[in-house]
Structure formats: C-alpha cells, structure tokens
Design a protein around this ligand. Structure first.
Ligand SMILES: Nc1ncnc2c1ncn2[C@@H]1O[C@H](COP(=O)(O)OP(=O)(O)OP(=O)(O)O)[C@@H](O)[C@H]1O
Ligand SMILES: [Mg+2]
Length: 258
C-alpha cells in the first residue's frame, strides 16, 4: 500500500493533539500497519510517552533541518518503541530555536516532506504531532500531510482557536491548486455539561462537511495510559476513549480511500 501521512495540528494548546496521535498510532499498529510517529514539538511529549529522554539523543528531527539528510541518516535517527510496528522520529528542545535560526531562510517549508519521502517504503502510515505554535515546524508538518487532523476541545473558547487554525491553513495554501484536506475532531466531550453539548452543536453547524460526526469523550484512561507509557488501545482496549478513536480511524480510512 502507498504511504499515508496524517498531521495532527492545532495552534491552540492542550486540545488533545498528542493523545490523538498516539491513540490512532496504537490502533493502526494493532491492525498490522507499520507506523512512524514524528514528534515536531520541542516539548517532546510524544517522545517522552515512549520513555525516550530526548536530551540524551544525538539525532532528532532537528538534524533534518540543520543538514541535508540521506535515507541512511534518517533511518539512524528513528527510535524503536516497545511496539514492534511503531517507530518514532524524536524531538529535542533544540527544535525551539529553529524559527530563529532558519525561519527566514527560503525553501525550508518542504524539508520534512522530502525527508519522509526517503523512508516512505518502510511505513504504511506516518503521523506527525505538532506543537501549538505556528512556525517553521508546523508549516513543514502541514505541507507533508495528505490530510490534517484538527482536534478541538468541545468548549466555546476552542472554537475561536479553530477558526484561527483554519485561516492559517488557507493563508498557507495561497494560490496552490491542491487544497489542504482536513478533518475536525471534537475532543474531551463531556456529555454532562451543557457547554460541551452546545459547543459540539455549533461545531457541526459551522463545519458540517469537515467534521467527524463522532466525539472523543473525556476519559481518564487516556491520561493514565500516558503515565503507564502504553498506547491507549493496549492500556484500556475497551475504554470509551479507545472505542472513539477506533471509530475515528475507520472514518479517516474511508475518507482517505475516496
Ligand atoms: N479525551 C480526553 N479525556 C481526558 N483527558 C484527555 C483527553 N484527551 C487528552 N487528555 C489529557 O489532556 C491533556 C492534554 O492533552 P494533549 O497533550 O494530547 O494535548 P495537546 O494538544 O497535544 O497539548 P500541547 O498543545 O501542549 O501539545 C493531557 O494530560 C491528556 O492526557
Ligand atoms: Mg502535544
């Protein structure tokens, strides 16, 4: 099968980007797909999730930007995880300086896409987790994607952030004929609160064709899975969170096949 690249992005922090990335990766791996996770967040949450101490690493996503990397060099940068089907391209704190050192240089927008093409034959899916900041890393992650997954918290303040995120994508794609494909994913839905229900209705109203019709509920298993350093589908296979992400994944796969 051909490689599929999904980027999980939202400029707003704490909306469930890393949780969505890891949950989908876990399920894909369980289904037998080979998955590469790419951590572009200088906070390295995704790398820490797998117990990778990013400050001990010699190589990370950073090197992709500071030097032209061959396929062999990229393969050396990849770290295995305890899940045989999941590898990770880790982040380091140094990534935070990329915008200062390289933001002004031209032609930096496709670095990640080109690097991923070099290892395309090793994976079925690449999932890229973004930092909540618009900068060179997010621009690269968006440009590398076949589809952008935008988690959004079901609360009113988050709607504003979503609007900004979509404007950013529109700005980036400019006059390009190939428009970004994206799917909005309502997260942290609490059916007991009116605010959650109202925000969900509003989202559906505004983004009718761009939104996954389901919701990811609030589920402490998702948080506890990260403390246990296990993917949610392994930590709590029949939890509400895992079931929601399974349903999201089948929706995304159908969309991708269209
Ligand atoms: N559906 C959920 N139910 C309960 N807790 C959740 C859920 N989704 C995420 N969380 C928790 O909320 C916190 C923020 O989630 P996460 O780290 O995935 O967000 P993020 O968008 O990646 O944040 P950042 O912008 O800082 O990278 C984490 O502690 C995570 O475990
Ligand atoms: Mg994150």
């Amino acid at each position: 099968m051909l490689l599929i690249v999904w980027t999980v992005a939202n400029q707003k922090g704490g909306v469930g980007k890393t949780t969505t990335t890891i949950s989908i990766a876990g399920i894909l791996a369980e289904q037998g797909h080979r998955v590469l996770l790419v951590d572009t967040d200088p906070h390295a949450s995704l790398s820490y999730y797998f117990g990778i101490e990013s400050e001990d690493l010699d190589l990370s996503v950073y090197e992709l930007f500071s030097q032209v990397s061959s396929r062999e060099q990229i393969l050396q940068t990849l770290c295995p995880t305890k899940y045989p089907n999941i590898d990770i391209l880790p982040a380091t704190m140094g990534l935070a300086t990329l915008d200062r050192s390289m933001g002004a240089k031209g032609g930096m927008g496709l670095v990640l896409k080109k690097a991923m093409q070099k290892v395309a034959d090793c994976y079925d899916y690449i999932l890229i987790d973004c930092p909540p900041v618009l900068g060179v890393l997010m621009v690269n992650a968006l440009a590398a994607a076949d589809r952008i997954i935008i988690p959004v918290q079901t609360e009113f303040l988050a709607l504003k952030g979503l609007d900004r995120m979509i404007k950013t994508m529109e700005l980036m794609q400019g006059e390009q004929t190939e428009k970004f494909q994206y799917t909005i994913v309502p997260t942290m839905f609490d059916k007991r609160t009116k605010a959650s229900i109202l925000a969900f209705k509003k989202l559906q109203e505004i983004y009718t064709n761009k939104i996954w019709p389901g919701v990811v509920p609030v589920d402490t298993n998702l948080r506890n899975a990260s403390s246990a350093q296990q993917v949610p589908s392994d930590f709590a296979p029949i939890s509400r969170g895992t079931l929601a992400y399974k349903s999201l994944l089948s929706f995304l796969k159908k969309q991708q096949a269209k």
